[in-house]
Design a protein. Structure first.
Length: 302
């Protein structure tokens, strides 16, 4: 009798491949007979270690997903990991999008891809992921998860920015506090991100015109979409309105699921409730792999 249960995955390990002369790195965990492949895309000022925090296997997306039978490739975004120092070749959004597609293709070469690829992004990684999903090359994706993303900043961040504009010589926006508030949402040795922090590439702070471009690209995403905001999100406006605002831009997706993650801060994948969050989205990944039709409440016009 042939078992349909997923086989145990090999351990998490780092791999580096060449992409047009630039090294691309990723944390990888491989299921023996994967249902599908999850490509995880981290946010700003960190690396792929965000999805496999040292010393906290229970918080790890890679380990949880592999147990469920998914291969995971947690890609270091362009300018992070092994590609740090090559920013001069990755300045344009089109260059970074091409780099990411080529890196995924290279990592998947000679690997069992299962039923397809699902993109899972956090925070600043959502920009790259939306670009990939709206590109013609993204049409065959199983689906997309976007976490920690919005269109309107949280009132606390807006107040900090306004104070900085009034007196830039004496104040600076306290974005670190917003990223990691409240402390009780994280294990004590995770709070603040000291272990997983990394320098951001030079292009990261240039977001002029992104909201207008985001609206244009979002309308082109043709695959099922899941959007998560944390209960204690402090960077973007949270709650039902905070979820509905960016979701309204994805007019071409055939299925839209919105989720507010209880007990989590902005960094959902390293919050205390990371396991609950990962299991929730993995259920969506499984449904995408199975081709489950959208519920009437989840349907969007294409």
């Amino acid at each position: 009798m042939t078992s349909t249960e997923p086989e145990l995955a090999s351990g998490v390990h780092r791999e580096v491949v060449g992409v047009h002369g630039v090294p691309a790195s990723a944390l990888v965990i491989e299921a023996a007979r994967p249902r599908a492949v999850i490509v995880a895309v981290h946010g700003g000022a960190t690396t792929s270690t965000y999805f496999d925090h040292p010393g906290h296997p229970r918080l790890s997306l890679l380990r949880t997903a592999a147990t469920a039978g998914f291969t995971v490739i947690a890609l270091d975004r362009p300018g992070y990991g092994s590609s740090a120092g090559h920013e001069e070749r990755l300045q344009a959004p089109e260059q970074r999008t091409d780099f990411a597609f080529a890196a995924v293709d290279t990592f998947l070469r000679d690997r069992d891809g299962g039923l397809g690829v699902f993109l899972w992004a956090h925070s600043a990684g959502c920009e790259l992921t939306v670009r990939m999903a709206s590109d013609p090359r993204g049409a065959d994706l199983l689906g997309v998860e976007l976490a920690g993303m919005g269109r309107t900043h949280h009132p606390r961040v807006l107040a900090a920015m306004e104070e900085w504009r009034r007196n830039p010589a004496r104040t600076r926006p306290d974005l670190r506090r917003a990223l990691w508030d409240p402390p009780h949402a994280y294990p004590a040795d995770v709070y603040g991100g000291r272990v997983i922090g990394a320098a951001s590439p030079s292009y990261e702070g240039r977001r002029e015109g992104w909201q207008e471009e985001f609206a244009r690209l979002a309308a082109r995403v043709p695959v099922p979409l899941h959007i998560t905001l944390a209960e204690y999100e402090r960077v973007w406006r949270n709650g039902p309105e905070g979820l509905a605002d960016p979701a309204s831009m994805f007019t071409g997706t055939p299925r839209l699921v919105l989720h507010e993650q209880a007990g989590a801060g902005h960094n959902t994948s390293v919050s205390r409730t990371a396991l609950a969050y990962h299991l929730h989205v993995l259920a969506f990944v499984e449904e995408c792999a199975l081709g489950v039709p959208a519920l009437p409440s989840e349907r969007r016009a294409r």
